[in-house]
Structure formats: structure tokens, C-alpha cells
Design a protein around this ligand. Sequence first.
Ligand code: F6R
Length: 255
Amino acid sequence: MLVEVVDNYETLSDRAAEVVIQQIREKPDSTLGFATGGTPKGLYNRLIEAHEESGLDFSKLTTFNLDEYVGLPPEHEQSYARYMWSNLFNNVNVTESQVHIPHGMAEDVDSHCQWYERRIEEAGGIDLQILGIGANGHIAFNEPGSSLGSRTRIKTLASKTVKDNARYFEDQDMVPEYAITMGVGTIMEADEVLLLASGERKAEAMKKTLEGHITAMTPASMVQMHRFAHIVIDEEAASELDYQHHHGIVEPKDE
Ligand code: F6R
């Protein structure tokens, strides 16, 4: 694992952008995996800047998102599709045919999930998958207890997640109880995973992920098994670590 601890969220976003921009420059027809949430917003802003200021070209990429709420149409304010279009795709040269986001209104969810897996395979697999992490150690919507070999499927949201989400919805009937998510196994097949975490709220989860046992109770801990996991976290998210991680060397903090 390559673990980089940086000062703060801004530096984290700069570093993540360097990695993604290098990937796009070296292989313009890359297949990229995207995440939603607060963490990658700084990265997406920097990608937009690179497109506007130095012509970073998105036109040959294929993209796959990690997850989507079941029951929300893509145009819904809280859908992950809407998030991706407003936070990134609408601001760079990407067209719909390049983009894959699980469809929240799919009639037959199981076959949609199988189709999604097939599309990833047909695209030659994901070159670089961006990941955030939940305070409980989840990646995508693989909550604690998720099989570490899981594939794209429908998951029931933890009751805490449903309650937390309720505040974003005027119409309480629309608060999603299910999501479609890539599985931990699907994510682990990406050639490189770039896991980003910022803030004290993530410190405990990062300790379990990097220094704990590999366990379904911390799905993110599976990055320890990945052949190229690149982890960029800020000082606050690293504050619970017992070891210093520096360019692949791991040593106790007091040495
Ligand atoms: C989103 C996703 C989630 C988030 C995680 C962290 O597509 O897969 O696992 O990455 O919940 O969210 P933030 O970044 O909002 O703390």
C-alpha cells in the first residue's frame, strides 16, 4: 500500500488531482471509477480547472460510478447521477455515452446489476477507482458485514444512513431505503484504487482500514489485499494511526 499523509483537505485534493490527471494524460482512453460524497469534490473542481485551463481531455474516457439510490430518477436532486453531472461531467467534455451510473429506476434490478458488471468487463476493467470511506469503514454502499467478495447488487441501507438522509428530502416517501452498489470484489478488480479520507470523523475508520485485521466489519480493510492501493489522507484522518506510513515504509510513530 502506498500511504500518503498530507496536511489538509486542500493538499489532499491537489494530490488526488495529480494522480487522476496523470492517469488521463498517460492513457486518454482510461476507464475511471468515480465516487460521490463530500470528499472528492475538491478533486473534481481541480479536474474541471485542468480541463478549462490546460485542455485536459475527457472525451475518450469511460466512467463507472460506485453506487446509486434505488427509487431516485437520475434527475432527482439527491441522486448520484445528478451529483456527477453537476459536480464534474457537465463542466468537462464528457458525453452520456461515456458515463455509467447504476440506474436507480431500473425495473429489473438484478439484471441491471449483472449488466453493470458486464459493462465494466467489456470496457476492459477499471484502470483507476476513486474511493471515499464511511466513518463506519464502508466503501461504496458496502456497509459493515458486506461480503468481501461481493459484486454489484442491491443493498439495504443501514437504518442510520436512512435517518441521516431524511433531512435532504422534502418528500419523506422519497427517502431511499436501498441502493445499487458495486461490490467489494468488483472494486478490488480495479488496477489501482485511490482511497481518500479527510477529517477526524474518518480517523477511527482509517486506523481499522490500514492497521486492523481484514474483516467484513470494515469493508475498506480489503484495500490491504489490493495489488496497488494508493491512500491519500490528511493529518486529521491519520491521527489515530499507531504507525507512520511514508513512501511504503511503515514504522512505529516514536522511532
Ligand atoms: C459515494 C460512496 C460512499 C462515500 C462515503 C464517504 O459514492 O461510495 O462510500 O465515499 O460515504 O462520503 P463522504 O466523502 O461524504 O464523507
